[in-house]
Design a protein around this ligand. Structure first.
Ligand code: FMN
Length: 221
């Protein structure tokens, strides 16, 4: 490793501060739109994420149009109204309210980046198909490469946004209304909407995340 790269991971480095103290917020300043150049810069970073066979099978839809965001919001609200009518969910009011609050976060920022994945054609997937695995075996062995790649891209996207002074919130709860959101955003199968990332200047102090001790999460063998 070059000494310059080594330094970028040293204690007290900017990279360390970005990773350890990310700006994860759920309230954003509405009076500060995100300029197009900033959106492009963030997505430039996100597209550096790794993908199987270099498929780069994700797309980003940056929504800044308030009317479109309001349309998405209505769809999610309607979905939660529908869910409340389902026999299994009618009484689970508290959980529904919590999930609803989580789902609505995407509409609070001046920018929401919709993250879309396409099925990626990995060698392992092709082998599993040819091997004629049962659906259960496939379910057990499939590592959802397209979702893993989207996760890597979202992490880079949020980190780039933080580096530029923005706050972001990785959110997926609104995907409960995925089909209608996809319709509105013009996403057609097999592409799939997998996350919504609201981004804007923070209107609250980001809480420093607490992390499990290293010895608890790392085992050396
Ligand atoms: C895959 C995934 C989905 C998430 N979905 C939501 C969501 O829908 N709404 C929400 O408010 N937070 C959601 N979060 C959590 C926030 O993005 C944020 O990371 C968390 O609240 C801050 O916790 P941390 O500081 O421990 O990372 C999600 C996080 C991940 C990784």
């Amino acid at each position: 490793m070059s000494s310059r790269r080594q330094q970028s991971l040293d204690q007290g480095s900017e990279l360390e501060a970005l990773v350890r103290e990310p700006c994860r917020v759920r309230h954003f300043r509405k009076d500060h739109p995100v300029p197009r150049a900033d959106v492009e810069r963030m997505v430039e970073f996100a597209r550096c994420a790794v993908t199987p066979c270099d498929s780069q099978a994700w797309r980003f839809i940056a929504v800044r149009d308030r009317e479109l965001l309001d349309g998405m919001l209505r769809i999610v609200l309607e979905r939660f109204e529908q869910l409340a009518l389902l026999p299994g969910l009618a009484l689970r009011e508290k959980e529904r309210a919590m999930a609803r609050a989580q789902a609505l976060v995407f509409a609070k920022a001046p920018l929401c980046i919709a993250v879309v994945t396409m099925p990626s054609d990995s060698l392992a997937e092709r082998l599993m198909e040819a091997a004629g695995l049962t659906p259960e075996e496939h379910e057990r062995l499939c590592v959802r490469p397209e979702l893993q790649s989207a996760g890597a891209a979202v992490q880079l996207l949020a980190t780039a946004a933080h580096a530029m002074g923005y706050g972001a919130c990785w959110s997926c709860a609104a995907i409960l209304a995925g089909e209608r959101l996809e319709e509105l955003l013009g996403i057609t199968p097999p592409a799939r909407l997998v996350a919504l990332v609201p981004i804007g200047r923070p209107a609250e102090r980001a809480e420093a995340p607490s992390r499990r001790p290293l010895e608890e999460v790392l085992s050396l063998r």
